[in-house]
Design a protein around this ligand. Structure first.
Ligand code: HEC
Length: 257
């Protein structure tokens, strides 16, 4: 509620300054405009919904309820769905971690993923190769400096990533969705070198360029930035889970540290 009043106050103030309206008008507006909690599934705004300035999200004014228990995703994950009773067919978190590692290949493997970033309410998707570290549930990518996605991450570290195996046939779906926070690490940081040595398979670059691995590392550290995505939610969809009596949708969540 504090957020709503504050935001409303700023807008009212801006209006007052721009149009020179009286203090009374500001008060009246503050009283009228009260943004209630809305459901994440809320669609369609009424014709008299207050104008939404560019760069402002629903969440800036409303408290958005994200735990709507009736959404399809929740039903697939843990609700009463097909042969599963509510709460049945859910893997223990440790097992889901193992499955995520299998999907991404683990250390020194990479997958070509779609990375979603967003700035001022404008989304952007970019493909890039990423390596997953199961020990820390972190994902690393190497990127050319000065690209739009990196600018997005600098301004808004919230990202989503997806790896999806090409469709072969019904009943063999395999994909994983990651939600997390990204940070960019430059080549002067010791962590960059460590990730190259332990997790990211940069060696193929050395092979392709016919140079020593160490030379390749130096080159990458000079020319590229490392993205580090700390995951807080990972959802896997695998038809194969069903053969083991588990739901095909399983979700790992970072618990509060
Ligand atoms: C600048 C602040 C602000 C933003 C941003 C905003 N709202 Fe609202 N919203 C309000 C206020 C204030 C009301 C109450 C308006 C009234 O009843 O006079 C409202 C009302 C609503 C309502 C109730 C009926 C109506 O007017 O449509 C819904 C639903 C709603 N908002 C959804 C959204 C969604 C979805 C978004 C994002 C796309 C959003 N709002 C963004 C301030 C905002």
């Amino acid at each position: 509620m504090k957020k709503i009043f504050f935001t409303t106050f700023i807008f009212s103030l801006a209006t007052a300054l721009m149009f020179g309206s009286s203090a009374g008008a500001v008060e009246k507006q503050t009283e009228k405009a009260e943004a209630q909690q809305i459901d994440a599934a809320a669609i369609g705004l009424s014709a008299n919904h207050p104008e939404i300035p560019q760069g402002v999200t629903c969440n800036d004014c409303h408290e958005v309820k994200l735990d709507a228990a009736t959404t399809a995703t929740q039903a697939w994950l843990n609700g009463a769905y097909l042969k599963y009773a509510a709460g049945q067919g859910i893997m223990p978190q440790e097992q889901i971690k193992v499955e995520i590692e299998k999907v991404m290949g683990g250390k020194k493997q990479k997958r070509t993923c779609v990375l979603g970033t967003s700035l001022n309410n404008v989304p952007l998707t970019t493909t890039a190769d990423f390596a997953f570290d199961p020990a820390t549930m972190t994902i690393y990518g190497l990127h050319e400096k000065g690209t739009t996605k990196l600018f997005h991450i600098q301004q808004n570290p919230k990202v989503s990533l997806n790896w999806h195996e090409d469709f072969k046939s019904w009943g063999t779906v395999l994909c994983a969705q990651f939600i997390g926070t990204a940070e960019l690490i430059d080549g002067t940081k010791p962590e960059f070198e460590k990730v190259l040595v332990d997790i990211y398979p940069y060696e193929e670059l050395a092979t392709a360029m016919k140079i020593e691995p160490q030379q390749a590392r130096e080159m990458v550290k000079k020319g590229m930035l490392l993205s580090k995505i700390t995951c807080n939610q990972i959802t896997v969809n695998s038809s194969a889970f069903e053969k083991g009596g588990m739901r095909k949708y399983q979700r790992w969540e970072q618990t509060e540290k």
